[in-house]
Write a protein that binds this ligand. Structure first.
Ligand SMILES: [Zn+2]
Length: 297
């Protein structure tokens, strides 16, 4: 992710903190799991019920926090697309997105209308359209929604996706590395159920806090052999760190059936060697995890 700040790289100091229950299951009991971030200012606690690691207390989630936390992403214009053509990186990412779309299609049995929540600058929407889908993107940032529309001619809406109306239901919804940033994921799942057709597919990608890499880093940190390298301006924008153990019951309660899950590395093009199958499909030790879900009726 690009890390160019448009404002000065000033130290981020939360103005106020709030105590929260587990964002996935609502449990109030939790234990300190890890201090992290700049000067170990932030705390992950682990839910005693579903094992989710979540920030508690966390900086008050208001517009000021959101704007500071996401400023870092807004300069992420196109590493994929320049002067009307795909960059080298763009070709790789295009292939990865096309692979994800084929996986959605395989579960759905067709292509159709697709909603992307958190569409950023619109590259996934472009790939979806080029691959024969009818995509619509929603983005909280108006400037990014407009940029996506301008550069790719794709349909985008700006603002809070939960409160928007979309007309006909969607065949598929796609939301990549967004849901770990928002305070009430259960409300999002309810809305996903409402906007999807009864046999629609939801594809969610999130970080995997139980990746082998992160387990190893946590071990080194506990042994005092490694320190966090957080710059002072960096905000703790993941409100929680998903793991499969906490996500499975969350999906269940939200009324979704988990059809398929696997972990994957950056820039994965869908090829699965024997090693890849063991590491990512069976052990699920990779840094990122994808969940394919269908509303339960
Ligand atoms: Zn919980």
């Amino acid at each position: 992710m690009a890390t160019t700040l448009t404002a000065t790289n000033q130290e981020f100091k939360p103005k106020a903190w709030e105590e929260v229950a587990c964002p996935l299951c609502g449990e109030k009991q939790s234990r300190v799991f890890e201090k992290f971030g700049y000067e170990h200012r932030y705390t992950y606690r682990r839910c005693t019920r579903c094992s989710l690691a979540f920030q508690n207390p966390r900086p008050v989630y208001d517009m000021e926090f959101v704007e500071t936390a996401y400023e870092v992403y807004s300069d992420n214009t196109d590493a994929h697309w320049q002067k009307g053509g795909l960059t080298e990186k763009g070709k790789v990412v295009y292939a990865e997105y096309a692979q994800t779309l084929r996986e959605i299609e395989a579960l759905l049995g067709r292509k159709g209308r697709l909603l992307e929540v958190g569409c950023n600058t619109g590259f996934f929407l472009k790939v979806a359209r080029d691959e024969g889908w009818s995509p619509v993107g929603v983005e909280i940032s108006r400037s990014m929604a407009e940029l996506a529309h301008r550069q790719f001619g794709v349909e985008t809406l700006a603002g809070d996706w939960v409160t928007q109306e979309y007309g006909a239901p969607f065949d598929a919804a796609y939301c990549s590395h967004v849901i770990e940033h928002i305070p009430d994921p259960a409300a999002w799942m309810r809305r996903f159920r409402e906007v999807l057709k009864p046999d629609g597919i939801l594809c969610l990608s999130v970080p995997n806090m139980n990746s082998i890499d992160r387990r190893f880093k946590r071990l080194l940190k506990r042994l005092g052999l490694k320190r966090d390298k957080w710059q002072a301006w960096r905000t703790p924008d993941h409100l929680y760190e998903p793991c499969e153990k906490s996500m499975r019951p969350f999906f269940e309660r939200a009324g979704f059936e988990l059809l398929r899950t696997y972990t994957y590395p950056s820039e994965w093009l869908g090829e699965a060697s024997f090693y890849h199958r063991v590491f990512h499909f069976w052990l699920r030790w990779g840094a990122k995890q994808r969940y394919y879900l269908r509303p339960r009726r």
